[in-house]
Design a protein around this ligand. Structure first.
Ligand code: BT5
Length: 240
């Protein structure tokens, strides 16, 4: 994968969106410092130091069929990252629907996908991910929700360049199969790590609160929530 390393940027996703037409499919853009990192719904992603990862992967569909699987790329990336954390760092990551990656119940990575259009048609995706590699416990304490880093879990520093190389290799390795088959290709791997399944949960869907038992994930990656004996399907939202 082609990589672009920036010293400082407001947001690697913004950089990718702004330069989408010049950037090739499968270009990785990462920054040493990110001054206005974003999460979903205008939430913020905190820059906790240069030895952490702020990355955006530029992806462009080859045909109409591929476009239909683009919405699940955030879940694909959450599975890829989880596999890497297990294989290389002997960690036991969990996925929180739709795509947060947690360790011991604390967030280690967040993912934000943003699409761009050209002439009214879908053109390319900025698939952003922030991973806390080396954040210290002092800095983690400044985040408003429980958060962790790989360093905080294993007590050893993580080399960012090596981590990035391994993450991108893994991402590329299974990409073609995933983009051809969609969520069913990763469904098993996603469910194995889905800590919310079988639990009583509360979700926030654009300000609306719903409660129930998470009974499954559909073939489209949506959440199945059993509320008062009715199974309801949610495409978007947050587990709170
Ligand atoms: C996300 O949003 O988790 C997606 C974050 C994506 C960040 C990457 S970095 C590279 C690329 N460029 C960008 O501008 N963004 C992407 P969301 O699910 O909305 O979660 C945001 C929430 O996570 C915040 O409101 C905090 O509670 C929490 N948070 C913020 N910074 C954090 C950090 N460093 N570690 C753990 N949790 C954090």
């Amino acid at each position: 994968m082609k990589t672009i390393r920036l010293e400082e940027i407001n947001s690697t996703n913004d950089y990718a969106k702004k330069n989408m037409s010049q950037l090739e499919h499968m270009t990785a853009v990462y920054a040493q410092r990110q001054t206005s990192g974003r999460g979903r719904l205008e939430r913020k992603w905190m820059d906790t130091g240069e030895d952490n990862l702020f990355l955006t992967i530029v992806l462009k569909p080859k045909n109409e069929k591929e476009i239909s699987n683009f919405p699940n790329l955030t879940q694909y990336l959450s599975v890829i990252l989880s596999m890497l954390l297990e294989e290389e760092y002997n960690l036991n990551p969990q996925i929180k629907w739709p795509n947060d990656v947690l360790i011991n119940g604390k967030k280690v990575a967040g993912i934000l996908a943003e699409g761009t259009t050209h002439g009214g048609k879908f053109f390319g995706l900025a698939l952003g991910i922030g991973v806390n590699l080396n954040t210290t416990s002092e800095k983690l304490a400044l985040i408003d929700k429980p958060a962790t880093s790989i360093f905080n879990e294993i007590g050893a520093c993580v080399n960012k360049e090596i981590f990035l190389k391994k993450l991108l290799e893994k991402f590329c390795l299974l990409y073609d199969e995933f983009i051809a088959d969609g969520f069913p290709f990763i469904k098993n791997d996603y469910e194995k790590r889905a800590m919310f399944l079988g639990k009583e949960i509360t979700i926030n869907v654009l300000g609306e609160i719903h409660q129930g038992v998470a009974t499954g994930v559909t073939d489209e990656g949506s959440l199945v929530l059993k509320e008062d004996d009715n199974n309801k399907i949610y495409y978007i939202g947050d587990i709170v």
